[in-house]
Design a protein around this ligand. Structure first.
Ligand SMILES: [Zn+2]
Length: 414
C-alpha cells in the first residue's frame, strides 16, 4: 500500500535530526534543536497539501486533513512526539539498513564490537526476512517516536493521493518533550478539536494500550536529633533508624522487582540521610484507582503510627499525584478502542492489548478531555543503542491509521 522506500527515506530524514529533550530546562521545547524537526514537519505538511497547518510558540505542530464525505463523522486525531530521550545520545544518528534479515547476529559496530543479537533480543526472530533499520552502535535510533511521525505523515500522504478512500476530518499533532513527561503539558486540546485521538508511540506490531498506572510521588521526611555520640545516651534520636522502621513496615513484595501485569507497588527510589534528617523518595503505582488511593493511605498511616511510637512528630509524608489511569476516561467511550482493534484485524494484525506499566502522554491528554489510547509504532529496545525498527511494522502502522479513519467514517455513515 505505502511504498517501503518512501517510508525508509522519510524515517531516515527525521532521525538524522537531533531532537534530544532536556529535563533540566524549563522552556518549551526544552531544547532549541527540537525546532529543527518541528519546522521541517510544518513545511512538509504544507507541501503535502494538508490544511490548517500551524506551529505554535511551544513548537506543537498541528494540521488537518479535511473530510471527504458529505455526512458528519467525529473528528479524530493522531499524535506523535518528535523529541528523543535525554538518556542516550541522539547526535549524528547513522541508521543502518539490514535487508532480508537472516535471523543471525547483526554487527552494529565492528570497531567497538557492538552486536544486536537474537540470543539476547529474541523479538528479532519475529522479523526474519524483513527490512530492519538499526543504529551504528553509537547512538539511539529515535524510532521512539519518529517511527510514529513517519507513519502519520505517510498515512496523510496516502489519503491525499487516494481520494476514493473515505474518511472524516482528521487532525494530526506532533509534540515536543514527551520523553521528559511534558508532551501533553502545553497541548492545546481545544484547538486540536478532535473527539478522540491515538498516540502512535507503542512498540511491537499489534500493541494497543488504554490502561496505564495511576502514579504518585512521595517524599517521607524523618527528623531526628543530633547529639555528640559520646554523650548521647537518652538524648540522640537517629533519623536513619526511624526511616529504617518506615521502610521495613511496607510490604517487601509489593515492589517493582516482585510485581507484574496489573500488580501495583511501592518503590523506594532514593534515600538520603544523616542523624538529624533522613529523606526517603518513593513512587506509588497501581492500575486500580481504589488500590492506588489505599496505598497512599497506608503510607500516611504508617507515618502517623511511627510518630506515635516515638512520641514525637518525627515523620512527615508528602504525596503528590503524578498521573492517572486513562482507562477511567477511555472506558466510557470504548468504541475508540474497538475501532482500533477492528482496524488491526482488518489488516491481519492480532491486537495485543495489555496494561502499560508506566504512563503515556495519552493518559494526560485523556484527562485533559481528549481520550487517547496508544498504538504500536513498531520500534524495539527504545532509549539505547540496540534500538531498531522493522520497516514492515511501520507499513502496518500506516495501514492501521488508514483503516481507523475508514472504519470511523463507515460507522457514522447515515
Ligand atoms: Zn515515545
Amino acid at each position: 500500500m505505502t511504498d517501503k522506500n518512501n517510508i525508509i527515506d522519510r524515517f531516515i530524514s527525521y532521525v538524522k535530526i537531533d531532537t534530544q529533550s532536556d529535563e533540566s530546562s524549563n522552556s518549551t521545547p526544552s531544547t532549541e534543536k527540537q525546532w529543527d524537526l518541528a519546522k521541517k514537519l510544518t513545511e512538509e505538511l504544507r507541501e503535502m497539501g494538508m490544511q490548517e497547518v500551524s506551529i505554535d510558540e511551544n513548537a506543537y505542530v498541528m494540521a488537518t486533513l479535511p473530510s471527504n464525505v458529505d455526512f458528519d463523522v467525529p473528528v479524530i486525531g493522531f499524535v506523535a512526539h518528535f523529541d528523543t530521550t535525554p538518556d542516550f545520545s541522539g547526535t549524528n544518528v547513522n541508521p543502518q539498513i539490514v535487508e532480508d534479515y537472516d535471523g543471525k547476529d547483526i554487527v552494529l559496530n565492528k570497531e567497538k564490537n557492538i552486536i544486536l543479537s537474537p540470543d539476547y533480543f529474541e523479538d528479532l526472530l519475529e522479523y526474519k526476512g524483513q527490512t530492519l533499520i538499526t543504529t551504528d552502535g553509537t547512538t539511539l535510533l529515535g524510532a521512539d517516536d519518529k517511527a510514529g511521525i513517519t507513519e502519520i505523515m505517510e498515512a496523510m500522504q496516502y489519503f491525499i493521493a487516494h481520494p476514493e478512500v473515505k474518511h472524516g476530518k482528521i487532525r494530526v499533532c506532533f509534540t515536543p518533550d514527551e520523553e521528559i513527561g511534558r508532551g501533553a503539558h502545553k497541548f492545546d486540546v481545544k484547538k486540536f478539536g478532535a473527539e478522540w485521538a491515538y498516540t502512535m508511540d507503542g512498540s511491537q506490531v499489534g500493541e494497543l494500550e488504554y490502561e496505564n498506572f495511576n502514579a504518585a510521588g512521595v517524599v517521607v521526611t524523618v527528623t531526628g536529633k543530633s547529639v555528640h555520640p559520646g554523650y548521647a545516651k537518652g538524648k540522640m534520636i537517629n533519623s536513619m533508624y526511624i526511616a529504617q522502621d518506615f521502610i521495613n513496615s511496607l510490604p517487601r513484595l509489593e515492589t517493582p522487582e516482585h510485581t507484574e501485569g496489573r500488580e501495583g507497588f511501592f518503590h523506594l527510589n532514593g534515600i538520603k540521610g544523616d542523624v538529624e534528617e533522613t529523606k526517603l523518595n518513593y513512587i506509588i503505582r497501581d492500575h486500580d484507582r481504589q488500590h492506588f488511593e489505599a496505598r497512599k493511605e497506608v503510607m500516611k498511616k504508617l507515618g502517623a503510627e511511627i510518630c506515635k511510637q516515638y512520641d514525637r512528630d518525627c515523620v512527615t509524608v508528602e504525596i503528590k499525584d503524578q498521573y492517572f489511569n486513562m482507562k477511567e476516561k477511555v472506558e466510557p467511550v470504548m468504541h475508540i478502542v474497538d475501532i482500533a482493534e477492528e482496524a488491526m484485524e482488518r489488516v491481519d494484525i492480532t491486537p495485543l492489548i495489555k496494561p502499560i506499566r508506566g504512563g503515556t502522554d495519552g493518559a494526560q491528554l485523556s484527562f485533559m478531555g481528549l481520550p487517547c489510547p496508544n498504538i504500536f509504532a513498531g520500534g524495539h529496545n527504545f532509549h539505547g543503542k540496540y534500538e531498531y525498527v522493522p520497516v514492515e511494522s511501520m507499513q502496518k502502522a500506516v495501514e492501521v491509521i488508514v483503516k481507523i479513519a475508514e472504519i470511523t467514517a463507515e460507522k457514522f455513515r447515515k
